[in-house]
Design a protein around this ligand. Structure first.
Ligand code: HEM
Length: 394
């Protein structure tokens, strides 16, 4: 289950909490029930976030040297920061992502998505295949994020490559050769970020003005560039794929009977791009019936918590608006709860509203494939083609 937490195991029998030993022999307590996951995430005194960004495959000396060569450093800033600086850094980031600022981006994003959907509809109508990941979902969140926080002037493709390399380096089961290649990619981009952190405007400038060291500014930008766009790209892809197999939901959307926001929430519940998230026990404690010694790595199985029958009426079914649909933990909970939730929801709502009609009359040529990863889905493509002859251009 550990590296494919969205697969069959997400619906199969599983205890409330069970120890699973990973590929390098490290035991993790995997917690599955909604109530236990919530407790884990909302009690930062007992369960610390220090291990949130630890490499699940220890990085060997050769790859560490590559990173050191790029002066790579990641001091705790956001997700893995339990120190007094966390609320302060979080407040500055939250300000940049304030709901009013997010709402102000909606008309621009709608225009962009509409333009793309028109083009993709023409391609589909000509009988050509379309990759909805590459053509729609991949770069949209990055483009919005860049407008909100001002990012380094790097091409979208370079940022995507870096972000995906970082997700693999820290969360995937890997061999040494791959770690070396990923360290080189991540290190290279870290150098770009460090230069930008010293001189860049927007969020970088606000963090500097609040007295944060260059390392902290780089650390915050590093995390945002990964968490603030790759996650949402993944979610958009997975949600569109899910909707391709849910004609009744698309019909409800078309008729206006099903609100777009409900579809987004049900999508987050059933197709969360972040499948698990980690904490570490600070003291000897218990979770449910299980004794948890201090130092235990605990994996919150967010995808499974969203399907807890104690919370959701029909856990495995995509029924927007059903009882418990909104109580998912896809954005975590407590003091580290996702600060970009509002932004991700807005982006997903625009894409569902504009792009769901593209899925009418298509067949899936290539479903998203996701590599082994402890935490992130990382779908690689989602290709559809129109098969409904009546909608093909002659
Ligand atoms: C569907 C998309 C997204 C999902 C599912 C998601 C999920 C999560 C999760 C599970 C956490 C850990 C929460 C915890 O420890 O309790 C988190 C943290 C975080 N997310 Fe997101 N996220 C998404 C999009 C975004 C976006 C768009 C941004 C910003 C532009 C963002 C920024 C952050 C930050 C800064 C944190 C760390 C917060 C802290 O430690 O105080 N995320 N996210």
């Amino acid at each position: 289950m550990l590296f494919r937490g969205w697969g069959e195991s997400v619906d199969g029998p599983w205890p409330d909490a069970a120890t699973v030993v990973d590929h390098v022999g490290v035991p993790h307590l995997v917690v599955t029930r909604h109530a236990l996951v919530r407790r884990l995430l909302t009690d930062p005194e007992t369960f610390r976030p220090h291990n949130a960004l630890d490499a699940v495959t220890p990085i060997p000396v050769a790859a560490l040297r590559v990173l050191a060569g790029h002066r790579f450093r990641l001091p705790p800033t956001l997700a893995n920061n339990a120190s007094a600086s966390h609320p302060e850094i979080r407040a500055i980031v939250a300000d940049a992502l304030h709901p009013d600022r997010v709402a102000a981006q909606q008309p621009w994003l709608t225009g962009l998505v509409r333009e793309r959907v028109t083009r993709l509809a023409a391609t589909l109508a000509a009988g050509e295949p379309v990759d909805l990941y590459a053509e729609l979902a991949a770069d949209l969140p990055l483009l919005v994020l860049a407008r909100l926080v001002e990012l380094p002037d790097a091409p979208a493709g370079a940022v995507k490559d870096f972000a995906r390399a970082a997700l693999e380096l820290f969360w995937a089961p890997l061999d040494g050769t791959r770690q070396l290649a990923l360290a080189a990619e991540v290190g290279r981009f870290h150098t770009v970020l460090r230069a930008f952190a010293a001189t860049g405007g927007g969020l970088a400038a606000r963090l500097r003005a609040a007295g944060h060291s260059p390392d902290v500014v780089v650390g915050a930008l590093f995390f945002l560039l990964v968490a603030g766009q790759e996650t949402t790209s993944q979610f958009l892809t997975l949600l569109l794929h899910r909707l391709a197999g849910e004609p009744a939901v698309r019909a409800g959307l078309r008729a206006g009977d099903i609100p777009v926001a409900d579809v987004v929430e049900e999508g987050l519940r059933l197709e969360p791009p972040i499948v698990t998230w980690r904490r570490v026990a600070a003291v000897d404690t218990t979770l449910g019936e299980v004794a948890v010694p201090a130092g235990t790595s605990i994996v919150a199985w967010l995808a499974r918590a969203g399907r807890d029958p104690a919370v959701v009426a029909a856990p495995g079914e995509f029924r927007p608006g059903q009882r418990g649909s909104r109580r998912h933990l896809a954005f975590g909970a407590g003091p580290h709860r996702c600060v970009g939730a509002q932004l991700a929801r807005m982006e997903a709502a625009v894409v569902v509203a504009e792009a769901a009609p593209l899925l009418d009359g298509v067949t899936v040529v290539r479903p998203p494939w996701c590599p082994d990863n402890l935490t992130f889905r990382m779908p690689d493509a989602f290709v559809v083609r129109r098969t409904d002859e009546s909608q093909l251009l002659s």
